[in-house]
Design a protein around this ligand. Structure first.
Ligand SMILES: *Cc1c(COP(=O)(O)O)cnc(C)c1O
Length: 497
């Protein structure tokens, strides 16, 4: 029998720890005369917690460790590429020359920052095969919206007003249909075939002169490289449409395959996934967009450019340009500059070979996990995967056990759960992405946990149904948590009343 540990009590707040008269901060005596403040503007009482410095430090340090993060444990959350973010990125992003400049400074005074933006664009172009890149978009979904607006602008600029349909495979990321809908396009879902590729027959049926384009996530959300991708792009192009590539899964491809080469016309990068910026708490991210030459005039600006070539010993002069038929700005100033600094640092640290090795190891790690779990879990599209794979979190002989129960139980072993219930085309989906930064020991420990869970599901399913047992909080009522938000539970009752 697995031993249960009782759920730990709810963490005390700073108010619970408060003791009258205890103090951790001391203010200097004012060196200006005290003024009389209007009585009616002053509070009679201000119930602040009273604690010594050590109590405050321990309280918040402990709280910071209750949350699972990449720095505390394995985080195989599919599609999110929760790789380790090297600390050197943070050091560089905090250098005063990057952190304390203003986007409206004269360009002569920010040449280093503009040069960094320019070089980042060049690296992204080399990795993807595109002719031009804009660093403006704030995140992946924002890059999608930008890309779809570019496709729309391209058709309209040619006077082609009929193209209103965007095709989206059912294995695409959920942000894809959202981005198309926000751009005012009509969405048509294309099913996957038995191997997890875009169904070519279904695609052909929609390839006509009302086609604006197709949005494809590749590798798709099943973690599979579409085996007919070149043909998919050809069909769309023959009908006069353009192909948008969701590049959030670029971690499988760096230095191995360039999306521009197989026919994708415009793609976003998730700098905060592939190029290592901490994310998951809602940002900030960065979603640059790359395009082929014919779409370059439509990119959002400003874009970093060399405005005066290097001469002799003199470095080039960098500036900012706006493409002629630009769809316009999509973000204030120059995008999320701090994330761009981190991405550039990461690229320089790894170099060309290191980036390729990162992708190779990401793919190897995912295939290793898939191979070791194949006998215990059903893998509906079972073939060599890319950087992630999707398995079912259910067994026919124990119909009461669900993917959610498996994920909750995984938390007892100190692992962040995989992505649950996505993609929608797999029943009880568990989408697992290990990334390249995990050791074989970590992957093995994760497999052992999942194998034990598969066994428990059959021998003592109540262990799964009541999990997690070892976390600071037990199983939460997620519906109530979403519907009945309590945003200031740290206030003492006296203050919130
Ligand atoms: C994460 C992700 C997105 C959205 O990116 P955000 O930066 O979260 O907006 C889009 N598509 C795929 C496949 C993703 O994994």
């Amino acid at each position: 029998m697995t031993e249960f540990t009782a759920p730990k009590p709810v963490e005390p707040t700073v108010y619970d720890l408060s003791s009258p008269g205890r103090q951790g901060a001391y203010f200097p005596q004012p060196d200006i005369p005290l003024a009389d403040l209007p009585e009616d503007l002053l509070r009679q009482d201000l119930p602040l917690p009273e604690l010594a410095e050590i109590d405050v430090v321990r309280h918040f340090t402990r709280l910071s460790q209750l949350n699972h993060g990449v720095d505390t444990g394995f985080y195989p959350l599919g599609s999110c590429t929760m790789k380790f973010n090297p600390k050197i990125n943070e050091v560089v992003a905090r250098l005063p020359g990057f952190a304390q400049i203003h986007p409206l400074q004269p360009i002569e005074t920010v040449q280093g920052a503009l040069g960094l933006m320019y070089e980042t664009q060049e690296w992204l172009k080399a990795i993807s095969g595109y002719d031009a890149v804009s660093l403006q978009p704030a995140a992946g979904a924002h890059g999608e919206l930008t890309g779809v607006l570019i496709i729309r602008a391209y058709h309209l600029a040619r006077g082609d007003h009929k193209r209103v349909k965007m095709l989206i495979p059912d294995s695409a990321h959920g942000t894809n249909p959202a981005s198309s809908a926000m751009s005012g396009l009509e969405i048509i879902e294309i099913p996957s075939d038995a191997r997890g590729n875009v169904d070519l027959e279904a695609l052909r049926a929609h390839c006509d002169d009302t086609l604006a384009g197709l949005m494809i996530t590749n590798p798709n959300t099943l973690g599979l490289f579409d085996e007919n991708l070149t043909e998919v792009c050809q069909l769309v192009h023959q009908a006069g449409g353009l192909v948008y590539g969701d590049g959030a899964n670029l971690n499988a491809l760096m230095g191995i395959a360039r999306p521009a080469d197989y026919g994708i016309d415009v793609m976003h990068f998730n700098l905060h996934k592939t190029f290592s910026t901490p994310h998951g708490g809602g940002g900030p991210g960065s979603g640059p967009v790359g395009v082929t030459a014919k779409l370059a005039p439509f990119l959002p600006g400003p874009i970093a450019a060399v405005v005066e070539e290097a001469a002799g010993e003199e470095p080039p002069l960098y500036g900012l340009v706006n493409p002629e038929q630009s769809i316009g700005r999509v973000k204030a100033f120059h995008g999320h500059f701090g994330v761009i600094v981190r991405a550039f640092t990461y690229m320089l640290m790894l170099g060309e070979e290191g980036l390729r090795a990162a992708s190779e190891h990401a793919v190897l790690n995912a295939n290793y996990l898939q191979a070791r779990l194949r006998d215990a879990y059903h893998i509906p599209y079972d073939r060599i995967c890319m950087h992630e794979f999707v398995m079912e979190g259910r067994w026919e002989d124990v119909p009461d056990v669900h993917a959610l129960d498996i994920s909750k139980r995984l938390m007892d072993f100190g692992f962040h759960p995989p992505t649950n219930y996505f993609p929608l085309i797999v029943h009880e989906a568990l989408m697992i992405e290990p990334t390249e930064t995990e050791s074989k020991e970590t992957l093995d420990a994760f497999v052992e946990a999942l194998l034990q869970i598969a066994e428990e599901a059959h021998t003592q399913p109540e262990v799964l149904k009541t999990a997690p047992h070892n976390t600071p909080f037990g199983r939460l009522d997620e519906v109530k948590a979403a519907r009945d938000l309590v945003l200031c539970c740290w206030l003492p009752e006296s203050a919130s009343a």
